[in-house]
Design a protein around this ligand. Structure first.
Ligand SMILES: *Cc1c(COP(=O)(O)O)cnc(C)c1O
Length: 503
């Protein structure tokens, strides 16, 4: 996690006049740990006056440093400041600083400081170096660290959210359509239809494909339940086909045998961020005139034969819950298609089947992506390509270090995984998991029970033993911490812990 260092005016003036000789040292040393510097915006006019008086280097020079950001001042903080607080400006800075996630220190040279907020500490030069030198200043490892990402795009996020409050179009605001345009362009598909969640995207796709009660839809038993559940939700029958033990995706060789006259569609999953074999799946689907709906929730950002996930079939779905590769700050999702008719239908289905207000031509639902979430996603989409590269690097580092110890993910030569999860296989998985937890390494099991064995789907009579590969995998898989901001140092800690735990 990040360490935030908020610079107070005394420090900023020192840095600008370069009277602190080891400034460079300071910036470099801390770059190793995830450190971010913040200049309180409530100080800016004061600083400019002081700088002009002292003929120092301009403030813009310091702000040009990519590790330095402006800290917003929240109007509410002024009223929250206790009147007895001795230094109003310092009080305000501490309240503004306390809104940053992660550990936060306000760096100062001034003698008298007082914090109005327990979550932040004030510290001088010596104190700061003490914190940085502390050998036990180790970050806690998280399964999926969203804090560093947020701090990177804080300015953008704040602007989007406040601008949304200004214009007040909370449903289907302009940002929603801007996001749809950008998402469609990003993966190279004509239409993006944003919806309320990944699950809704699957439901609406099934409705758009005219799948109805008693139809059969083939899908993977080793996946998050959403696809299978939405198939069942509309009264159709999920038919599970076992997975390939290498990729954990639908075993294409078993696909044809599962097709019956009732089969209408196939929903392949792209587990852990790696796409299924779509050329083969699409070819079989074409022969039997079936619709293929790609569940691209875990693979958004991944590529198959140099094409982006989400663009590989007639219609695709993705979800943007916070933990997904591209995540909002709440529920959100999208459907993609190149087909104008399907796009039009999806757009109607998400607003109660209406095109014209209060004229309902289809049975639909209410499922729209909030404008606020669109703003969050627009900010995140800007850094998404860089994050995918970083995720791939983290994945490769894991594989290099662990491949001789445990079964590491097998990525097909035509695939580029976005590693929504980095999932290994181990013997005695639960024991290994406990050992890692004791060392402060969080892990996840995706997924402990295949879908055909879930009580909600037990009526399907695909008994235990019928899908042996999925059942075996569910007992052995273990997902390690994975995000674009995992430092090599922290990753090494995880790797060492895993090697130790499987000894
Ligand atoms: C998370 C997930 C979903 C569901 O998405 P939501 O946005 O949470 O509704 C669907 N499919 C897969 C593969 C997922 O991982």
């Amino acid at each position: 996690m990040s360490l935030n260092i908020v610079l107070d005016n005394s420090i900023i003036l020192d840095l600008l006049s370069r009277s602190i000789n080891d400034t460079q040292h300071c910036f470099n040393r801390i770059r190793k740990v995830n450190i971010r510097f913040w200049i309180p915006s409530c100080l800016l006019s004061l600083l400019e006056t002081q700088i002009n008086l002292a003929h120092h280097v301009p403030l813009s020079q310091l702000l040009n440093n990519e590790d330095v950001q402006l800290l917003s001042s929240l109007a509410a903080n002024w009223s929250l400041l206790p009147t007895r607080h001795r230094n109003r400006l310092q009080g305000l800075i501490s309240l503004d600083a306390a809104l940053l996630p992660g550990k936060t220190i306000i760096w100062t040279n001034q003698e008298h400081f007082e914090t109005a907020e327990e979550r932040v500490e004030w510290g001088d030069h010596e104190f700061l170096y003490g914190v940085l030198a502390e050998s036990e200043y180790t970050d806690t490892v998280q399964l999926n660290n969203l804090v560093d990402q947020q701090l990177n795009i804080r300015t953008e996020l704040e602007y989007g959210l406040f601008n949304n409050l200004r214009h007040g179009q909370y449903i289907l605001g302009t940002e929603v359509f801007e996001l749809e345009k950008q998402l469609a362009r990003f993966i190279g598909v004509k239409h993006c239809i944003s919806v309320g969640s990944g699950t809704d995207a699957l439901l609406l796709s099934l409705l758009a494909a005219d799948v109805s009660a008693l139809d059969e839809v083939i899908t993977s038993p080793f996946n998050f339940i959403a696809a299978a559940q939405m198939i069942a939700f509309i009264g159709a029958k999920p038919v599970f086909v076992d997975i390939d033990p290498e990729t954990y995706n639908l075993d294409v060789n078993l696909l044809e045998a599962a097709i019956t006259p009732q089969t209408r569609a196939i929903i392949p999953a792209n587990l852990y961020g790696q796409c299924a074999d779509y050329d083969s799946i699409n070819a079989i689907a074409q022969t039997y005139r079936l619709m293929v709906i790609e569940d691209a929730t875990q693979s958004f950002g991944a590529r198959y034969k140099n094409r982006w996930s989400g663009s590989l079939t007639q219609m695709s779905c993705t979800g943007f819950t916070p933990s997904k590769p591209l995540g909002a700050y709440g529920d959100a999702g999208a459907c993609f298609t190149n087909d104008d008719l399907l796009a039009d239908k999806l757009r109607r289905l998400r607003v109660h089947g209406q095109k014209e207000r209060y004229h309902h031509e289809l049975i639909g639902i209410n499922s729209r992506l909030d404008t606020i979430q669109a703003n969050v996603l627009l900010a995140k989409l800007k850094i998404f390509p860089k994050e995918i590269t970083a995720r791939m690097e983290v994945g490769n580092r894991y594989t290099e270090s662990l491949q001789n110890k445990v079964k590491t993910p097998v990525i097909q030569s035509y695939n580029q995984s976005c590693y929504s999860q980095y999932t290994i296989e181990v013997d005695e998985r639960d024991l290994v998991r406990d050992k890692l937890a004791k060392r402060g390494i969080p892990t996840a099991v995706n997924y402990p029970l295949p879908l055909h064995l879930q009580p909600a789907l037990s009526y399907l009579i695909q008994d235990k033993g019928s899908l042996p590969i999925a059942e075996a995998a569910s007992k052995r898989v273990l997902s390690l911490p994975m995000d674009a901001y995992l430092t090599p140092e922290m990753q090494q800690e995880i790797i060492d812990a895993v090697k130790n735990a499987v000894k």
